[in-house]
Design a protein around this ligand. Sequence first.
Ligand code: AMP
Length: 450
Amino acid sequence: MTSDIRTFESLGLSQGLLRALAASGYTQPTPIQEQAIPLILAGHDVLGAAQTGTGKTAAFGLPLLQRLGKETPARGPRKPRALVLVPTRELAVQVAESIKEYGHHMKLNVTTIFGGAGMQPQIDNLRRGVDILVACPGRLLDHMQSGHAKLDAVEMLILDEADRMLDMGFLPSIKRVLARVPKERQTLLFSATFEARIKALALEFMRDPRQVEVAAQNTIADTIVHRAHPVDSAAKRDLLVDILSKRHTEQVLIFGKTKHGCNRLAEQLEKSGLPSVAIHGNKSQAQRQKALDAFKSGRARILVATDVAARGLDIPNLPLVINHDLPMVAEDYVHRIGRTGRAGATGEALSLVSPEEGALLRDIQKMLKAEIEMVVVPGFEPSRPIRLDAPRPPNGGRGGRPAGDQRPARPSAHRGHGKAQPRSAQPHAGPQVPGSRGRGPGAGRRDTRA
Ligand code: AMP
């Protein structure tokens, strides 16, 4: 619809925002930005299908800032005029950081509200005055009930990653929050898919929303080389140390199955002289942020994570992602390796596969529509062959997730709503194409927080 538009300037953004974008190194809008920004600036409600990595935060953050920036903020404490609802504290922090970055030349206050952190600092921030509030629904309700968060001045409401909020059981909280936001407002809703429950939400809370949709960033770029090492379960850790000791220059993201497994793995790697941090749902917000900062700054070379903890994190493009354990659900393989090979860069996805994981490997290959090359590492030969017709490991049914994961399992009825299959411009480019340079949906973009 707006495919001829190629610059931020032509989208109608103000000079202050254009300067901030240039400072961030953004040269060109991403597809979701091209489509959504003009509609939002024109005042429409917008329903956007886009995942993390597509640039959706700027797609709503830029027009939001432009609208709020039209009025000089009143002096003294101010009530929020924009409310962004997000599912997790990590996303709250990321969204707020991005909005601050884009609004660098504007005098607007941005504050986050999320659980797992002290109430008082959040109350202090609310008292000081807020223009843009980025909040998780549960904690926001607490602040509303105690009278610290007042939403009667909200003129822009954004539901970010709405599908995840519903997965996490936030619907009742969202409805209670929305009941306190003025009806006269602009509403934006972003979700990975337009499944029925999202459409129902839009129908209830939005006014004549315009729909925009882009291919997911978390798709399998054809610049990724996929490889698997067959190995016994008990020897995986030693093989990992062997691999990481030989390839000591790169930053690596390693996926493990359980929280305890990830912790143990990070500890063992540390003991082997490989600086590592773990991130998972059992850690406090401060610990998670510290681990993520250590990894982003390069102090820790290795980040060990569970699927749930890694979802939605703005982890920079990485040369190597290792699956210490195969994911229980093939779809998670796509999310995991979406961390590598972004924006036309080459990447490598390495999986350690034990004989018990044959069925999981079969699921992944089926989804990729290609075989993953198996490379035996001398000294780590498995005691049994990897059989693709092996039965599924316990706890490994479709839709099943390891016990103790923070996020409730997605109801299986919702699986396959466009997420199970890569939704890419080159959806089934397939693995194992070293050397070929595909330009995925995010090609040409730079991950400035790398
Ligand atoms: P998001 O999907 O909002 O989480 O954004 C993913 C990443 O893309 C973030 O690191 C952004 O800073 C970055 N990004 C967003 N828009 C652009 C753009 N137009 N050009 C380059 N990078 C961008």
